[in-house]
Design a protein around this ligand. Structure first.
Ligand code: ZN
Length: 154
């Protein structure tokens, strides 16, 4: 099986069977949109000290944006913030690689299913789809920690 089609299966599976979808209690809520594709996400973060207790979300849009939110939930819930930030930064690096990143074992270990988006990085228009929920998470976490004044929703 070709790697690309295996990756597509992972994305489709998350799209069809999203992890942790639905809005639950959170310490902060953000709403982000990706106007170029029409993707939307409302995301809530709940922290317990330095641990991510929950990331809940509702959204609509393309399979990449929705699958990415599911992968984010699966990867980040239960993690310490420092670890979660490392995952987020690694994912950002992968998505900004313009298809040139060669995911190695170390990267795959950090990103797990998120590695499936490697092929998406070749398509600048789709990169925003894949990053939508991750940017929303970063924003919501900053708000939950009181690092921003709040009110920034786009
Ligand atoms: Zn999209």
């Amino acid at each position: 099986m070709k790697l690309d089609s295996m990756y597509q299966d992972v994305i489709l599976d998350h799209y069809k069977n999203p992890h942790g979808r639905g809005l639950r209690n959170g310490d902060a809520e953000v709403h982000h949109v990706n106007p170029t594709c029409g993707d939307e996400i409302t995301l809530r973060v709940r922290l317990d000290g330095d641990t991510i207790k929950d990331v809940s979300y509702e959204g609509q849009g393309c399979s990449i944006s929705q699958a990415s939110a599911s992968v984010l939930n699966e990867l980040l819930v239960g993690k310490e913030l420092t670890e979660a930030r490392r995952i987020q930064e690694t994912f950002l690096e992968l998505m900004q690689s313009k298809g040139k990143a060669e995911p190695d074992d170390a990267m795959e270990e950090v990103l797990e299913d998120a590695i499936a988006f490697a092929g998406v990085s070749k398509y600048p228009a789709r990169v925003k789809c894949a990053l939508l929920s991750w940017m929303a998470w970063k924003d919501a976490t900053a708000q939950a920690l009181g690092e921003t004044a709040g009110g920034k929703t786009a």
